[in-house]
Design a protein around this ligand. Structure first.
Ligand SMILES: Cc1ncc(COP(=O)(O)O)c(C=O)c1O
Length: 424
């Protein structure tokens, strides 16, 4: 297969990958199902869940001098380093929050309140966690809010549309790495480069919650000031949002205990399991990388692993769209419409927005559920969807988000079920 159509894992590796996750083929009651809502919370790695329980079972306070406390400090140090491995970040501060939204609000606040300027720039495709934070501080501080519109043809936001809003008075640019409706990846490298050509010391924060489990992030290539991930959407556990802030952003005034160092961001007692789970995620992606490279360097293994995940997911996306001789893909199925269907699959994460003629979106989701498939309706009445749908000119969509632990047989099953739903 060519790079643009992706490349599947071989069958043996695919089976090993699936076996590492919980509840892939059956729900918690043992009922067979296809869970295609991984953008709302992904399959958990068995190792992450086990490690979460083992570390959280330890009563010891890490801020002590005894042996077990020192062990917990090492768990935190390792997880901190592993977040840097995911991002290819050097320096800066790692921040363990309870949610990705919480981390984003804190990063936006520190920058909006303390960096001079008269406007804040963002996009219509942001999740409310970043959009509402930017809007809130724009209002509170009397700064202008500038919002770049989406491009319905690509499902993303054009670089020009964002960069045209940036000027010498921009306090902050906040931008999502990939849309959690269309799956479109924004060209973050070009956005950062061109925005900083206008304002060289521009502060930039990136919401990487959607993109991080699906592709490479490299802050050495594309330096930003703040970025967050949600481990529960990245094969890990709920109750944790991890962020990294640059050296200069880390020392901006923010909520912290007065006695802590100026660049310290954790507020109160961080949970060691949050860090342990990041390490399990990185171990897993490195394990995939190790199937393809002899390197023992952790970032090299991670890069290889996440690139292989990306290629496999692209092949699944291609299969979803175009099917095979035996099973027609979504693009060919009568009564099925694929929204925001940009041709270049290399610019898309494994997420699809579809509609089925004659079926209201929530009704379609129910019909899927009756046939053992979990997908998600994105409708304009939802605060999580309205602005993005409006920007695309869509009334709604059924979001379909499998994961790399799925194989071609899962996709074909979904296609056959879609055919039944469309004809129901
Ligand atoms: C793109 C994106 N950003 C941020 C968030 C917020 O994550 P959390 O639920 O951890 O606050 C989500 C969650 O849906 C998301 O999809």
């Amino acid at each position: 297969m060519t790079a643009s159509k992706g490349e599947l894992f071989d069958g043996a590796l695919q089976a090993q990958i699936k076996a590492r996750f919980l509840h892939v083929d059956h729900d918690m009651t043992g009922r067979e199902r296809l869970f295609f809502d991984n953008a709302g919370g992904s399959f958990r790695l068995k190792a992450a869940v086990e490690r979460f329980a083992a570390i959280d079972a330890v009563p010891d306070n890490p801020e002590r001098i005894h042996e077990v406390a020192v062990f917990l400090q090492e768990v935190q140090a390792r997880g901190t380093q592993d977040l840097r491995t995911i991002l290819n970040a050097e320096g800066g501060s790692v921040y363990a929050a309870l949610t990705a939204s919480g981390a984003m609000f804190d990063m936006v606040r520190a920058i909006a309140e303390n960096v001079p300027g008269t406007n804040l720039v963002t996009t219509a495709l942001e999740h409310p966690s970043s959009f509402d934070a930017v809007q809130l501080y724009a209002q509170r501080l009397g700064k202008e809010l500038r919002v770049a519109p989406a491009n319905p043809a690509t499902g993303g936001v054009d670089v020009d549309a964002i960069v045209n809003l940036v000027d010498a008075d921009t306090t902050l640019l906040s931008v999502i790495y990939a849309s959690n409706i269309s799956g479109a990846k924004l060209d973050i490298a070009a956005i950062v480069r061109r925005a900083r050509a206008i304002k060289p010391d521009l502060y930039i924060v990136v919401d990487a919650v959607q993109h991080a489990p699906h592709g490479l992030i490299d802050l050495q290539q594309t330096p930003v000031d703040g970025i967050n991930i949600a481990p529960y959407k990245f094969f890990g556990c709920r109750g944790s949002g991890m962020a990294w802030v640059s050296d200069r952003a880390a020392v901006l005034p923010h909520h912290k205990l007065a006695g802590k160092k100026p660049n310290f961001w954790d507020l109160g007692s961080a949970a060691p399991w949050q860090f342990a789970v990041v390490t399990e995620i990185v171990d897993y992606v490195c394990w995939i990388g190790g199937q393809f490279t002899d390197s023992s360097d952790r970032r090299t293994l991670f890069v290889c692993g996440i690139e292989k995940i990306e290629l496999h997911e692209r092949a699944l996306l291609s299969r979803l769209l175009d099917g095979s001789d035996a099973t027609p893909g979504l693009r060919r199925l009568p009564r099925v419409q694929v929204f925001l269907d940009y041709e270049d699959l290399a610019k898309r994460d494994l997420i699809l927005a579809i509609g089925i003629a004659g079926l209201e979106y929530a009704q379609a989701v129910r019909e899927y559920e009756r046939r053992g498939v979990i997908v998600y309706e994105r409708v304009a009445t939802s605060l999580y969807s309205k602005r993005m749908l409006d920007s695309f000119g869509l009334a709604g969509a059924v979001r379909v988000s499998p994961l790399h632990c799925h194989g071609v047989a899962d996709i074909d099953r979904f296609l056959r079920i879609t055919q039944q739903v469309a004809l129901a």
